[in-house]
Design a protein around this ligand. Structure first.
Ligand code: 6R9
Length: 669
């Protein structure tokens, strides 16, 4: 059934998407089976699902042996006080040793760990042996600055090698880090310093962004004037851009002055598996940011295993590139801890994809022979908008696996990615997970799964996920509801820093004994999972629940649309009215006819009730720095309200642009 008719459905997510509309979006039944050579040599085969199903804890105990433990764990999971989990609790290990030293000890010291590419074009390749020296020196420097095991260190850096080194140095001495994204303001930084009670901050004079040096140190100076930051003793400053910085004697220290003179050897201490590894703040839609706490052994086990399984990493020959920033969880898990624990060679790029030209990423893929690329739908859609001719100018034949994360990927963008970046042969893995889950949870496996564009499909071996209705009953195939995780997993968050009650209330109170992720989802006829966006974003139109993701996917499937964001705005007749903001593809012209054409296109695909009331072509959409569309702000615009909190927005001028384009009265049906 498509959306239509006048019947009022029950509330909840039961009807967020219909089978027919999914089939419409997929148009033909497109399935992509794994390339034969990849399947034949895959790190993980279908048998892993069986093994994990037969003995889930035994499966994870086996994965924990991927790591080198100072004391091997004998316990796997302690779930005696749910939802406060302990994994591998009697084991001890050092994360930095696992990510660096053991590879050097295994004779891989000359292997490149990081190919750093600065935005201005400066480069540096760091081997595992060099990384070991630099992490050791940084660890000594932190100790000299008085950092002790358990002290929190805030890291506020651009995407440079020191960001990775700083994180590993903290892990090495058991000082939990709190990485704050370099694009955040002094306010956001101050809140995070206060909440974690950080003792040292690691920052830089600045970084390069869009061809210009962009200062960081002034935000630190400003943050440290706020109450509640008095416990910060030292600010360690990397010289990146050479721009002038204000200096507080006795507090500020240059990285090169203190780190470079330290001994090159450092003995790593083994910490308990449940020792805190890092805090990472997620803003959420309301309230103060939540400090998501991750610990040591379970986290490293799952990020190591998932990186090996989902990307089919062959460390001796692959060049891995995750384009995320280290300031968000994807950078933590799939730039730093997953790849380095697996001894990977990877690319670290400082800048934006279109500086100095729109082919910069593809130039980097060609230059380093990148074999595995992991990026976000928002970036893929930006590349679609810039045009197919840009990637076509570069040799991308080294690529063999493509990944996506951060938002639902529209089938159209998925197909574009595979075709234009992956030569129509590489598997695309759409990976669903969250800051809270620590590692990938739902994803195809590139050597096993016949992929469906737009679907994350199946829980990984050892992971239990399903879709439930309002009453917590598992929905049948073909129905929609709420995505829940039904069993604890090794890289799960342990709590919200300093607020156990909020941890219980936010994640474990909606459904008994189940972790509620906040996302709507649907099972298709094969039982595969389709993510439908945050439940807060679901629209209620004349009694029907309609998912923003679905209407967006329909719009993006129109050849003239590169990107779309859909929100429900309060409407006297229909409760909410669907408002769409669209970015057109390179050559498409914006005119009245086009808006009507797009409305008709959605109505035809999804049914008349899903037809947007208003469609506004815009140049940009408001996004967080991790690339997620901020629908909340678009709702403010659509309802003519003052804008809410814009602190996590990439570029606040985007909202002014959108508001200035708003027609005064909405167009009528
Ligand atoms: C890793 C990351 C988590 C939220 C999550 C969901 C959305 C992430 C997705 C996806 C559909 C995917 N999300 N991956 N939605 N398909 N493959 O992004 O963490 O920043 O905490 O965001 O992102 O809504 O709940 P985080």
């Amino acid at each position: 059934m498509s959306y239509g008719g006048d019947t009022t459905d029950t509330l909840g997510m039961g009807d967020v998407v219909s089978n027919e509309s999914l089939a419409n979006l997929l148009r033909e039944e497109r399935r992509f089976t794994p390339p034969a050579d990849l399947a034949a040599d895959a790190n993980v085969t279908a048998e892993a699902y069986e093994r994990a199903k037969a003995d889930r804890l035994g499966f994870w105990a086996e994965q924990a042996r991927r790591l080198t433990w100072a004391t091997e764990p004998t316990e796997t999971l302690d779930w005696s006080n749910p939802p406060f989990a302990k994994w591998f609790a009697d084991g001890k290990l050092n994360v930095a040793y696992n990510c660096v030293d053991r590879h050097v000890e295994n004779g891989l010291g000359d292997r490149v760990a990081l190919h750093f590419e600065g935005e201005p074009g400066d480069t540096r390749s760091l081997t595992y042996a060099e990384l070991q020296r630099e992490v050791s020196q940084a660890a000594h420097a932190l100790t000299e600055l008085g950092v002790q095991t358990g002290d929190r260190v805030a890291i506020y850096l651009p995407m440079i090698t020191e960001a990775v080194i700083a994180m590993l140095a903290c892990a090495r001495i058991g000082a939990p880090h709190s990485v704050v994204f370099g694009g955040f303001s002094a306010d956001a930084l101050a809140t995070r310093i206060q909440d974690a009670d950080a003792r040292v901050i690691i920052t830089a004079d600045g970084g390069y962004r869009r061809g210009k040096p962009s200062a960081l140190k002034p935000a630190v100076d400003e943050a440290l004037t706020r109450p509640g930051t008095e416990n910060v003793r030292s600010v360690l400053v990397v010289r990146r851009t050479g721009q002038e910085v204000a200096w507080t004697e006795g507090r500020d220290v240059w990285w090169h002055e203190i780190v470079d003179r330290q001994p090159e050897q450092h003995t790593p201490e083994a910490f308990d598996a449940e020792h805190p590894l890092f805090i990472l703040y997620t803003s959420g839609t309301t309230g103060k940011p939540k400090g998501i706490l991750h610990t040591t052994g379970g986290y490293l086990t799952q990020v190591s295993y998932t990186h090996h399984a989902v990307f089919d990493l062959k460390p001796e020959s692959d060049v891995f590139w995750c384009t995320a920033d280290v300031g968000w969880v994807t950078g933590h898990s799939y730039i730093v801890y997953g790849p380095l624990s697996n001894g990977a060679t990877e690319v670290l790029y400082e800048g934006t994809p279109d500086t100095p030209h729109q082919g910069r990423w593809w130039e980097i893929v060609q230059k380093y022979g990148v074999t595995i690329l992991y990026t976000a739908p928002t970036a893929i859609r930006a590349c679609m908008k810039w045009g197919d001719d840009i990637p076509a100018k570069f040799d991308l034949s080294s690529l063999r696996v493509l990944g996506s994360v951060g938002e639902p990927i529209n089938p159209e963008a998925w197909i574009w990615y595979r075709k234009n970046i992956g030569a129509d042969t590489t598997p695309v893995v759409d990976t669903w997970w969250q800051t809270e889950t620590g590692g990938i949870m739902i994803s195809p496996l590139p050597g096993v799964t016949a992929t469906k564009p737009g679907s994350a499909q199946v829980a990984l071996p050892g992971i239990a996920a399903t879709v439930v209705d309002d009453e917590a009953n598992e929905v049948a195939n073909g129905a929609g509801g709420y995505l829940v995780l039904t069993e604890p997993w090794p890289s799960m968050l342990r709590t919200i820093w300093g607020d156990d009650q909020r941890y219980l209330d936010t994640y474990w109170s909606r459904f008994e004994n189940r972790y509620f992720a906040g996302d709507g989802a649907k099972k298709d006829d094969d039982g595969d999972i389709w993510l439908l966006g945050r439940v807060d974003d679901v629209m209620l139109v004349s009694g029907h629940n309609i998912s923003t993701t679905e209407v967006e996917s329909s719009l993006v499937s129109h050849p003239k649309v590169a990107e779309a964001a859909v929100v429900g705005a309060t409407d006297p007749q229909t409760t909410q009215a669907i408002c769409a903001f669209v970015i057109l593809r390179g050559s498409a012209a914006e005119d009245e006819g086009l808006v009507e054409e797009l409305r008709a296109h959605v109505a035809k695909q999804l049914g008349p009730i899903a037809k947007p009331k208003r469609i506004m072509p815009v140049a940009e959409l408001p996004k967080t720095r991790s690339g997620k569309i901020m629908r909340r702000l678009l709702r403010d615009v659509a309802e003519n309200r003052a804008l809410g909190d814009v602190t996590t927005l990439t570029d606040s001028s985007v909202m002014e642009l959108i508001q200035s384009k708003l027609p005064s009265a909405p167009s009528e049906d």
